[in-house]
Design a protein around this ligand. Structure first.
Ligand code: RP5
Length: 181
């Protein structure tokens, strides 16, 4: 079986510059939202998480968007549950690409958040991923960034090869790893 390669090392050149701003509506969202940052870190992409709510602290959302513009952040991700308007509000205040991550919880298990995030009016797009789809939110941000940063394209190549390696092992090899973990 092929050895796994470290995607993070592939993208060393972009270093510590924050390319992705992750906003989330509540501290209670963080256990899921941190997986967005972890996936980006694994690809060598620096990001930051800011807790700010479209409803409870709209001023903080606006202040972050302003800072993101000044600091040349490239992609914004809005994460929220229930009446999940955060990604939409962000998209209304920036021309940067905005990814929406609807979160589960509440009486509708995330369906409310999914619809609140995805049903944007024409002209104000939010690229919405699955409910709790933290990994895909990060991967989509990485694909957008890869258009501009060749190092990130390379890191995505490495990640794809590593993913492929999981399928190139025998079922018994895979089973042994599952049992160990
Ligand atoms: C949303 O309301 C947040 O994104 C969170 O998912 C949900 C509940 O927030 P808390 O009441 O747990 O702070 O705005």
């Amino acid at each position: 079986m092929k050895k796994s390669v470290d995607s993070q090392k592939t993208a060393t050149k972009i270093g510590k510059r924050i390319l992705v701003g992750i906003l989330t509506g509540s501290p209670s969202d963080l256990p899921t939202v941190v997986k967005v940052r972890d996936t980006l870190t694994g690809l060598g992409i620096a990001s930051e998480i800011v807790v700010a709510s479209a409803h409870r602290t709209p001023d903080k959302v606006m202040a972050y968007i302003e800072r993101a513009h000044k600091e040349d952040v490239q992609v914004l991700i809005g994460c929220a549950g229930v009446a999940a308007h955060l990604a939409g509000v962000i998209a209304g205040h920036t021309r940067l690409p905005v990814i929406g991550l609807p979160l589960s919880g509440g009486v509708m298990s995330g369906l409310d958040a999914l619809l609140s995030t995805v049903q944007m009016p024409p002209g104000v797009p939010v690229a919405t991923v699955a409910v709790d789809g933290a990994k895909n939110a990060a991967m989509l941000a990485a694909r957008i960034l890869a258009l501009k940063f060749p190092e990130i394209n390379l890191a995505l190549d490495v990640a794809a090869k590593n993913e492929r390696a999981r399928y190139d092992q025998t079922a018994d090899e895979a089973l042994a790893k599952l049992t160990v973990n």
